[in-house]
Design a protein around this ligand. Structure first.
Ligand code: AMP
Ligand code: ZN
Length: 142
C-alpha cells in the first residue's frame, strides 16, 4: 500500500483526517464529498496512492469498478435521485484538484443547476480516423 504523506486522501485513508465513510474494503474507501456538487455526492478512492487513473493497477481499477453498481444503487436509494453522473477528473486540465485518483458519484435531480452535458466539437477535415488510429496504436504498444 503506497501512502503519500502530503496527500489529503491518503490522510483520510489513514484516519488522520476524518471522513464520512459509506463503504470500506481492503482496497477502496467511499465517503461523502466535503463540498458536494449535489446532496449525496460521494467519492470512491483506492486506498493506495495513485496520482491518477492512468497510474492505477488494473486489479484495483477492476475492484473499484466492481463496487460502482451497488454504490450507484445505494446513493440513488438514499437520495431518491433517479439518475447520477459517475465522473473521473483525470489531470489538471480535466479539473482534477486532488492528485489521488478518485471517482465521483453525483446524484442528479430534475432541474438541478449542474452544468451538463458537455459541449461538442467537430472533427477536423481529415475526419476521425487518424485519431482512432493513433489511439489504437498507442493501445497496441501498451
Ligand atoms: P477533483 O476536483 O476531481 O480532484 O475532486 C476533488 C474532490 O475532493 C472535490 O469534490 C472536493 O470537494 C473533495 N474533497 C477535498 N477534500 C475533501 C475532504 N477532506 N473530504 C471529502 N472530500 C474532499
Ligand atoms: Zn494519496
Amino acid at each position: 500500500m503506497v501512502s503519500e504523506p502530503s496527500c489529503i486522501f491518503c490522510k483520510i485513508v489513514a484516519g488522520i483526517i476524518p471522513s464520512l465513510k459509506v463503504l470500506e474494503t481492503d482496497h477502496a474507501l467511499a465517503f461523502l464529498d466535503v463540498n458536494p456538487v449535489n446532496l449525496g455526492h460521494i467519492l470512491v478512492v483506492p486506498k493506495s496512492h495513485h496520482a491518477n487513473l492512468a497510474e492505477l493497477s488494473e486489479a484495483v481499477a477492476a475492484h473499484i469498478g466492481s463496487l460502482l453498481p451497488k454504490l450507484c444503487r445505494a446513493v440513488q436509494s438514499a437520495t431518491g435521485a433517479a439518475a447520477l453522473n459517475v465522473v473521473i477528473n483525470n489531470g489538471r486540465d480535466a479539473g482534477q484538484t486532488v492528485d489521488h485518483g478518485h471517482w465521483h458519484l453525483i446524484p442528479r435531480y430534475p432541474g438541478d443547476a449542474v452544468h451538463w452535458p458537455w459541449t461538442h466539437v467537430a472533427y477536423p477535415p481529415e475526419g476521425p480516423d487518424p485519431l482512432r488510429e493513433r489511439i489504437a496504436s498507442a493501445l497496441a504498444s501498451e
